[in-house]
Design a protein. Structure first.
Length: 277
């Protein structure tokens, strides 16, 4: 039997040897800077993504979809961005960084990709709606970090896939703390692994801290508003109808709106439970 210390070392070593993906290598820092800047403009975003063929193609494709098409074919990135709208383009770019350049490229099994992707999008959409209601943080920033909050699970699914899938199912069915059972089994949890990965990929400090502490809540005071939004959205996303935590129902009135937005994003990326590779 593999020692717990060895499993932890194996998981962390996998992060260390994981190559930064092409889009993440040169574009991610610029994109995060723009996504986090309330004063950023169409031109700022256009100047970055116009050099990335995959992102540009996806934005143009979505502009020509049934959601936005006005009967005239759109061929240019600039026109596509105007048609979709600046805030929506930022959401699309954020999702592309996650699903196209992380989940798909790291070759997760389709069913695991779907499970992680759908939960991440659900939390991100809920967090953005909550941010729009409370006004303590920029909704786009909240959407981005919420989308990435469980990124540590990617490593667990890559290295100990079957064992981790079984562990997650068991924790959910028995109402156990996922972090506690992860630590008991692997010597680490998805928060720590996500933090290490987010530092390696040079995510903003506030993102790395929320990823590291989205369950235990132990962040500096300046990061608390952002963390609280992500935690509330996460609890809402995983709540059952019998959940005793009032925070889990904070967005009950907006549930239909959130689910429509989740489905729209899933449709954009053709992730709806079918084969993705």
């Amino acid at each position: 039997m593999i020692r717990m210390e060895s499993l932890r070392e194996q998981l962390i070593d996998r992060i260390k040897t994981l190559q930064i993906l092409p889009t993440l290598d040169g574009v991610v820092e610029k994109l995060f800077s723009i996504l986090d800047d309330k004063d950023s403009s169409f031109r700022d975003l256009n100047d970055v993504i116009k050099y990335d063929q995959a992102i540009s193609s996806k934005v143009i494709s979505i502009a020509n979809s049934a959601y936005y098409s006005r009967g005239v074919e759109i061929l240019s990135l600039q026109r596509a961005m105007i048609t979709i709208g600046y805030e929506e383009v930022k959401n699309i770019v954020t999702c592309m960084l996650f699903v196209e350049n992380i989940l798909k490229e790291l070759k997760l099994r389709p069913d695991l990709l779907m499970e992680l992707w759908k939960h991440s999008v659900h939390v991100a959409c809920a967090a953005r709606v909550l941010a729009g209601r409370i006004f303590t943080e920029d909704p786009q920033k909240v959407f981005t970090v919420a989308l990435l909050h469980d990124i540590g699970k990617v490593i667990l699914y890559m290295v100990v896939r079957d064992a981790y899938s079984e562990l997650v199912r068991d924790a959910v069915s028995k109402g156990k703390s996922l972090n506690k059972v992860e630590i008991a089994r692997f010597g680490t949890d998805h928060e720590e692994l996500g933090y290490i990965l987010s530092v390696k990929w040079r995510f903003p400090e506030e993102f790395t801290q929320v990823i590291k502490h989205h369950h235990d809540g132990a962040v500096l005071e300046k990061y608390q508003p952002l963390l609280k939004l992500v935690r509330a959205a996460d609890r809402f996303s995983t709540a059952s109808t019998h959940d005793a935590d009032p925070e889990a129902f904070i967005l009950l009135k907006e549930r239909e709106e959130i689910m429509k937005e989740v489905q729209k994003i899933m449709n954009f990326f053709q992730l709806n439970g079918h084969e993705t590779n």
